[in-house]
Structures are given as C-alpha cells and as structure tokens.
Design a protein. Structure first.
Length: 433
C-alpha cells in the first residue's frame, strides 16, 4: 500500500506538472503574441511551441524572432518598459530550448500534421492552435491533410482554436454539424457554457466576432431582439498574412483575385465569417436579419467595427437617441468585471488602440449617431395577412417609427484585444482541467 501510494502521488505530481505546460501550434502573428502573453502572465511554467519546420540557421534565429516585433517593439520593453534589457537566455541548441523571462520554452521542428506532434512525449495536455489551417472539427483525427482532432490523437486533452470553425463541406450547416465535443465561445459573452467534461475543442472565434459580440450584447440586453429589425456591420480591418505584399498570380482554382493584390497600395474588399460565428455565441442573432462585410486596409493592426442597427421605436417608451445608446454602453462597461468592454468619448485613431489591454471592444461614444424616420408599410403587400381583414381597415398603409443607430467599436485585432481574450480563454480552460 505504501508503494502504491507513492506511485499515485508521483502520477498526480506529473499530471499537475502537465497542467502547467502549454502547447502552441504555429508561430505566426497570433502564435508569437500568444507566447508573449503567457510569458508575461506566468500562468504556465513551460511553453512547448511547434514550428513544424526548420527555421533560419538555428535556435538563435528563433530567439531573434521572439525578441523583436515590428508592431509592438521589443519583448523586454513590453514586459518591463523602455530601460529593460534582454530577457532571453539559457539557449540550448541540442535540446531546442531557451528560457524567456523565467519561462522555459521548447521548440518542436518536425511535424506539421497535428496527429504527429509529440505533445504526449512533452507532457502537454492543453494546446492552442494558431495556424488557421485546421478549423473543421468534423474532420477525422487521421485526415491525410491534418485535422484539429489530430492534437487529441497526439496526446492533448483540450485544444483551443484561435479562429472560427470552418467546415470543408460547404453544404453543411455550421451549427447543425457541430460535434458534441466542439464549441465556440467568446469570453464575457457565452464562456460559461463551456463544459470541461464534454468539450475538447474550443474555438475562440475571430477578433472581429469578439469585438462585435461585445457591441451587440449590451443593446440586446436592454432592448431585446424583437425591437431590432435588422443589423449590419462592416469591419475596417488591418492587414493579415492572407494579403500579399506585392501583386502576384492567384493559385489554381482561386476565385478572389483581390487577395493577390498588394496590401501596401490598396483598400481591399473581402469577406468575414463574423455573422455566422456571432449566431453561435449569441443565439438571438439568428432571429435578426444581419449582414457582415469586411475591408482590409494597409495598417499592421488596429481595426474598427461600424455597427448599424435599425430599431423599432416604442411610442410609449423612451426615445432611442444618441445619449440613450451611449448610456447603454457606459453602464455595460461599468458593470463588466473583466473589462472586456470599454467606453470612451475621446477622439481616437487606430494607433491609439494598439496594445489596449483586454478590451474586446472600445466604443467611441463621440461618434455614435442616430436618426429616426417613419417607415411606410403597405399591408396589402405583406404576405400572409388576411385580405378580408385588410378590406375592413380605414387605411392599408401604416407608419412605423424606426431609429437607425450607427455605433463605432475599436479593437486591436492582434495583441491588445484578441490575444488577451484568447489568453483568458486558455487560462480558464486550464483552471478546469
């Protein structure tokens, strides 16, 4: 019994040690900044980062990449201010490790297929996949092109995806096809529905959906979905790696020719999955006509959601005007214990929001606009109405007061908004493991 107890204690210690080790798959913009976030946060003692390939001339080049960032500056300055010295040391070429501000980091450079990454051998139970390549939770773990489920086969217990789910079968309904162990959450909106006993693959949605959800939810909470007749949004979005630096030919079978044009020189119209993902985290949005568009612009980060709501006025109630809308956001931001929604009446430009900690959305109250007008509805043209009843009416045209509200919400689509939200999601999952 004594030896059995000792063995059990060792297993428990090993298990707890694994809980303090985070895996990151992919080391592009979100992967690198996720590492920065957790180096600063100190929630995990070790990071295991899968690069999936050889990089530069050795591990020193990886250290060079970690230490510097063209958008956010030096890692040491991010951590400790302008007078800080380098925080990277103890570089071990043979083991592929280094220590960054007290956090040990090991780099894996062999496998790109999630099923072949050595998570189990490296004691990793929780993985954040930042590649943007494996987004379909319905694909089998042994898919020859790789699958998000491959991480589970490789030894991980939970996988957080830093993008919205996307099904390869375009004919499948995103919500209806979702496996029971997969879920989409946004912190501060529906993160409470995550069930650690049930869910193994968790999408953190997109940076735009995180911002949009925190813009929509306060209005829904006050007015209810029935008063919102329709909604639309456009995100004025900073460049991502899906844009080209210079013009190039499109790949075989590609239909969107704009993605191959230079982001340095152009405003590029593109698409966004924010509307579909928003309905996953706020189910009431399925009952509201909603459309979402996206425009890419030549900046490195700092984006904007322009939200337009058409709201039916309550003749007996308070009129929906600019101050009414702004007060909704003021109150919601004051009531938000985690600071995911900010409200400001300052005049900002996109650079002012870069690195803004935690805020999924910063409402620019200075620019909120409303306009109320009567919408004329011809009852004879409304399908489903009994024409005999219509014939008894004095008039067949009714006048409905509708207010159009335009709301602006800033977000740092990289570190300040999205990566901080992703970090909170990751830590909350780790706490429940």
């Amino acid at each position: 019994m004594c030896f059995a107890g000792v063995k059990l204690e060792v297993k428990l210690k090993d298990k707890m040690k694994n809980r303090n080790r985070l895996g990151i798959n992919g080391f592009g913009r979100i992967g690198k900044l996720t590492a920065w976030h957790h180096i600063n946060r100190k929630q995990f003692d070790e990071l295991v980062i899968n690069l999936g390939r050889k990089v530069g001339n050795g591990i020193e080049d990886i250290a060079h990449y970690i230490e510097r960032d063209s958008t956010y500056g030096q890692l040491s300055n991010y951590l400790y201010g302008c007078n800080a010295s380098s925080v990277i040391g103890e570089i071990n070429k043979s083991e592929g490790t280094m220590v960054v501000d007290g956090i040990k980091i090991k780099f894996l450079r062999e496998a790109r297929d999630p099923a072949k990454i050595k998570w189990k051998e490296n004691g990793v139970s929780l993985v954040v996949d930042t590649t943007g390549q494996f987004l379909d939770p319905t694909q089998p773990e042994d898919d020859p092109k790789g699958s998000i489920r491959g991480h589970l086969k490789a030894g991980a217990e939970k996988v957080v995806v830093s993008a919205p789910f996307k099904l390869k079968d375009k004919g499948m309904d995103l919500k209806g096809a979702m496996p029971e162990d997969a879920i989409t959450t946004v912190m501060g909106i529906n993160d409470h529905i995550y069930d650690p006993r049930k869910h193994a693959i968790i999408s953190n949605a997109s940076c735009t959906t995180n911002c949009l959800a925190h813009m929509i939810k306060p209005v829904l909470d006050v007015l209810g979905y029935k008063k919102i007749l329709s909604a639309s949004m456009a995100t004025i979005h900073a460049a991502t790696s899906s844009q080209e630096v210079l013009d190039r030919l499109p790949g075989a079978g590609k239909s969107d020719l704009r993605k191959n044009r230079s982001i340095f020189n152009n405003i590029i119209l593109t698409s966004t999955g924010a509307a579909k993902a928003l309905a996953l985290v706020i189910p009431e949005m399925q009952k509201i006509g909603f459309i979402a568009e996206s425009v890419r612009i030549p900046t490195t980060t700092g984006s904007l959601v322009i939200l337009v709501l058409n709201i039916q006025e309550d003749i007996q109630g308070q009129q929906i005007r600019r101050d009414f809308i702004n007060n909704i956001y003021k109150q919601a931001s004051q009531d938000d214990p985690r600071g995911y929604l900010h409200y400001t009446e300052k005049q900002n430009v996109s650079c002012d929001l870069i690195g803004n900690p935690k805020a999924a959305a910063t409402i620019e109250g200075h620019e909120t606009h409303t306009r109320t007008a009567e919408v004329n509805i011809d009852l004879t043209a409304v399908p489903g109405l009994d024409q005999n009843i219509i014939a008894t009416l004095n008039t067949t045209v009714i006048h409905v007061p509708v207010t159009q509200a335009v709301i602006y919400g800033w977000y740092d689509n990289e570190m300040g908004s999205y990566v901080n939200m992703l970090g909170d999601r990751t830590v909350s999952i780790a706490d429940d493991m």
